[in-house]
Design a protein around this ligand. Structure first.
Ligand code: ZN
Length: 274
């Protein structure tokens, strides 16, 4: 964690996203008090905000399998506590896959897991549901599906939204067109309210619109291209949001290049306006 924060600071990041444990396994060691202290100290010193924790990939709260559901629920609680310990503002959660139980049952299951979590623990970190590329039994390709999950959680626990550009495009929102962005914003307004959209994941896409292919690529080089991100920057409700790059790191210079590319598009949109 301290390395991630340092790397972020060196790259000129204002926001950062990390894993609070092994992203691909169930086993995790306890966080040590010194690590937690160091993460808090660096976050404050570097003025990084928000700091976002991403839940591990294995977690599936939509699963009909009792054992997987139980393990996922307890891993989520552990991540919530870790995120709070290090002073993160948000915890990003994928809705998971219904694995044949059906969309409706899958969504209900996620709401149940979140409701159980909230009845046992009152988190200070805000949980954000992330839209996905959809396809197969994966939930969350549509923003309105995520809204069903959020509505299934008791009042007072405001589930927020993290919007991923690559996933949305792969799921079928055509973000290379103004209409695609209008569709997204209309669904967010209807399903969540714009104030509950808290974070952007800014990634270009390898696949075509509607391909359901969850493969991120470098800003401006994929199917979204500079045009798609230019349109994104023009959407007023998105302009003040923190954004995280989840672009590939094939060479050590990739993060720097992608940051420069997205900031250049932002500058161009600002200059056009003047
Ligand atoms: Zn993402």
């Amino acid at each position: 964690m301290d390395k991630a924060l340092e790397r972020g600071q060196n790259l000129g990041c204002e926001a950062i996203q990390i894993f609070a444990g092994n992203p691909r396994g169930w086993k995790r060691r306890e966080l040590m008090a010194e690590e937690v202290e160091e993460a808090r100290r660096l976050k404050a010193g570097y003025k990084i905000a928000p700091m976002v924790v991403h839940t591990p990939y294995l977690l599936n709260l939509a699963s009909p399998d009792e054992e997987l559901f139980r393990r996922s629920s307890s891993l989520l609680l552990d991540d919530v506590k870790r995120a709070e310990a290090i002073g993160a503002e948000y915890l990003v959660l994928h809705p998971g896959s219904h694995q044949g139980a059906g969309v409706e049952r899958g969504l209900e299951r996620v709401s149940e897991a979140l409701t159980a979590l909230f009845s046992a623990y009152h988190p200070r970190v805000q949980i954000l549901l992330e839209n996905t590329a959809g396809g197969g039994s994966e939930l969350g390709g549509s923003i309105l599906q995520l809204a069903v999950i959020a509505r299934g959680v008791p009042e007072g626990y405001r589930i927020g939204l993290c919007f991923d550009t690559c996933h949305a495009f792969a799921a079928g929102y055509d973000l290379t067109k103004e209409e695609g962005w209008q569709e997204v914003l209309t669904e967010i307004k209807a399903g969540f309210g714009l104030e509950r959209l808290r974070l952007l994941h800014v990634n270009d896409a390898v696949g075509e619109c509607g391909s359901h292919l969850d493969r991120h690529t470098h800003i401006g080089t994929g199917s979204l291209g500079r045009r798609g991100f230019g349109l994104m920057m023009k959407q007023k409700p998105l302009q003040a949001l923190p954004a995280i790059l989840e672009t590939p790191v094939d060479t050590p210079e990739d993060d720097r290049r992608n940051l420069a590319a997205i900031r250049e598009i932002w500058r161009e949109v600002q200059e056009e306006k003047e």
